[in-house]
Write a protein that binds this ligand. Structure first.
Ligand code: AMP
Length: 421
């Protein structure tokens, strides 16, 4: 028996119904926001992911050489692929481009509940809009998706990495190192790096900044910490909150949090993360923000913003809150009684399917009572029993499985009978 690789999952029919429920809510909402679907390869040139994040990211990737000696990697996320696609082929499309995609991503992580090596993301990107309206639209879609799934417990944290960046007068590489230590809240490392850069004085204000979280009043506190430095990034967040009010996003759905430092290096402005508080350690269901990647891949500078929601965790959150709707049951299970009835039964089955109904048929040749047990077990709404006597009269016996009530109907009326409950 060969086991599946560590950190991967098999999803059975019940799991998949739940996953499709969550995914379809995202797709419906994204389409209603005017986003359109794209698809990019599951593997890319390794370079795509090291271009901005550096070689350090390789140990978090499924990176490999193919038989032609090319360095490739399974995608750890979608944004880099979509921006590569944009720069190579989509630049001439009318802007802004609003794109979504859903699929699997791969990271070489230590597996645990809600953290896998193959996982699924729901991803949306806006390219070439003005920053503020695009950021607001992205956050509204992300929070709106959680609401569309029926989740009540939604806690977004919105920050602005631009504020931190403008406070760090270092080269991009050194900025990344300092931001990384802040992201991990690794203060010894922060202090060591600041000492190396001759700016130990920044340690206290930086620590204060990343601890600030709460309602809009913390933006005033942040301004105080920044002292004379630019507060543009804080004003931006106040304006964003105004836009979110207009979208109908409740202020209780999010807090401002100056400590949101996204792990990937390409974020430049507004950044956010969303938690589903009842998921425990792996409560973060999504994150995103404004970034610069087009330029890195040789495109023109345009505003870019987007987010990814983790499908696996959204499903766990939806299960915990009991919001998942049962899939549509099978409408009819056709039971031919006796071999001569089978040919006619297949024709009737086909006519039910052609009418858009879900219909299945006995494939084993079981007797009628075993077949009714099976119809019950698979949750069929009706069993359509076709005996030779009924067929001769152009009739079928229709049994409503929930009540056990049976009646004979003319074959001409069968579709209508099954369609109307
Ligand atoms: P990130 O780009 O790392 O912020 O990922 C976005 C979302 O994807 C996270 O908030 C998680 O919900 C989900 N996610 C990331 N990594 C994993 C993983 N290894 N397993 C399951 N979900 C993940």
């Amino acid at each position: 028996m060969v086991e599946r690789p560590r950190g991967t999952n098999d999803w059975g029919p019940q799991d998949m119904a739940k996953r499709r429920f969550v995914e379809s809510r995202f797709i419906q909402l994204a389409e209603s926001f005017g986003f359109r679907e794209v698809s990019t390869p599951t593997f890319e040139s390794l370079e795509l992911f090291t271009a901005k994040s550096g070689l350090g990211i390789v140990r978090e990737l499924y990176a490999f050489k193919d038989q032609g000696g090319r360095d490739l990697a399974l995608r750890p996320e979608f944004t880099a692929s979509i921006l590569r696609f944009y720069v190579s082929s989509l630049r001439s499309l009318p802007k802004p481009l609003k794109l979504y995609t859903a699929g699997n991503a791969f990271r070489y992580e230590e597996p645990q509940k809600g953290r896998y090596r193959e996982f699924y993301q729901l991803n949306a990107e806006i390219i070439g809009g003005a920053s503020l309206p695009s950021d607001a639209e992205a956050v509204a879609l992300a929070i709106g998706t959680m609401r569309a799934i029926g989740l009540k417990q939604v806690k977004a944290r919105i920050g602005n990495i631009g504020v931190l960046r403008s406070f760090l007068p270092f080269s991009p590489t050194d900025q990344s190192i300092v931001l990384h230590s802040l992201d991990k809240r690794n203060f010894p490392m922060l202090d060591a790096e600041l000492a190396r850069l001759g700016r130990k004085d920044l340690s206290t204000p930086l620590r204060k900044l990343v601890e600030l979280s709460g309602d809009a009043s913390i933006l005033n506190d942040a301004a105080k910490v920044l002292g004379g430095a630019s507060t543009e990034g804080l004003d931006y967040l106040r304006d964003l909150a105004g836009f979110l009010d207009d979208y109908g996003v409740s202020r209780s759905d999010y807090t401002f949090d100056m400590g949101v430092v996204r792990g990937l290096d390409y974020y430049t402005g507004m950044v956010f993360e969303i938690d589903s508080p009842n998921l425990g350690a792996e409560k973060q269901v999504g994150g995103g923000g404004a970034y610069r990647l087009s330029e890195i891949f040789g495109g023109e500078p345009v505003a870019q913003t987007g987010f990814a929601l983790g499908l696996d965790r959204l499903v766990m959150a939806a299960e915990a809150e009991g919001t998942i709707e049962a899939p549509r049951p099978l409408d009819a299970y056709v039971v031919p009684v006796g071999d001569t009835a089978r040919k006619k039964a297949i024709q009737i089955l086909t006519s039910l399917r052609a009418a858009g109904l879900g219909a299945d048929i006995d494939l084993i040749g079981r007797g009628p009572s075993k077949n009714l047990d099976y119809a019950n077990a698979i949750g069929a709404r009706f069993a359509v029993i076709l005996g030779e006597r009924e067929l001769k009269q152009g009739r079928a016996t229709v049994r409503e499985m929930a009540t056990g009530v049976q009646r004979e109907v003319a074959l001409d009326d069968l579709v209508d009978t099954v369609r109307n409950v």
